[in-house]
Ligand binder design. Sequence first.
Ligand code: HEC
Length: 110
Amino acid sequence: MGLAAAAILTATVAAAQNLDAGKPPAKLFADGCATCHRSPRGLAKGRFSLTLSWFLKDHYATSSDSAKVLAAYLESVDEPPPGAAAKPAKKPARKPARSAPRPPKPAQSQ
Ligand code: HEC
C-alpha cells in the first residue's frame, strides 16, 4: 500500500516536472512574472528578441530556453512600437476647401 502510494507520488512529481518544462509562455508569465508585472504587454518595448532573452536570463535566472520562449511571448503581445502607433493616419494637411464656404442663404419666405 505504502509502496503503491509512493509510486503514484513519484509518478505525479515526475509528470509535474515535465509539465513545468513545457509550460506555455503565458503560464510562465502568470507564475513567475505577473506578481510584479501585471501585464506582459509593453515589456518587450520593441526590443530584439535576443536582447530580450538575454535580459530575462540575466535578471530572472530562467533557463535560456524559457527565456527565449518568454521573449517571443512578450514580443507577440507587445504593443506596436510608439512610432508606428503614434503617427496619425496620413491626412493631407488641411486642403483648402474647393469652393469657398457660402454664406447662409438669406431666409426668403418671409
Ligand atoms: C520581483 C518582481 C519582479 C518579477 C517577479 C519579475 N519582474 Fe520584470 N521587472 C521588475 C522590475 C522592478 C523591473 C524594472 C522596471 C523598469 O525598469 O521599468 C523589471 C523589468 C522587466 C523588464 C524590462 C522592462 C523595461 O521597461 O525595460 C522585462 C522585459 C521584464 N521585467 C520581464 C519580466 C519577466 C518575463 C518576468 C518573469 C520571468 C519578470 N519580469 C518577473 C520586477 C519583476
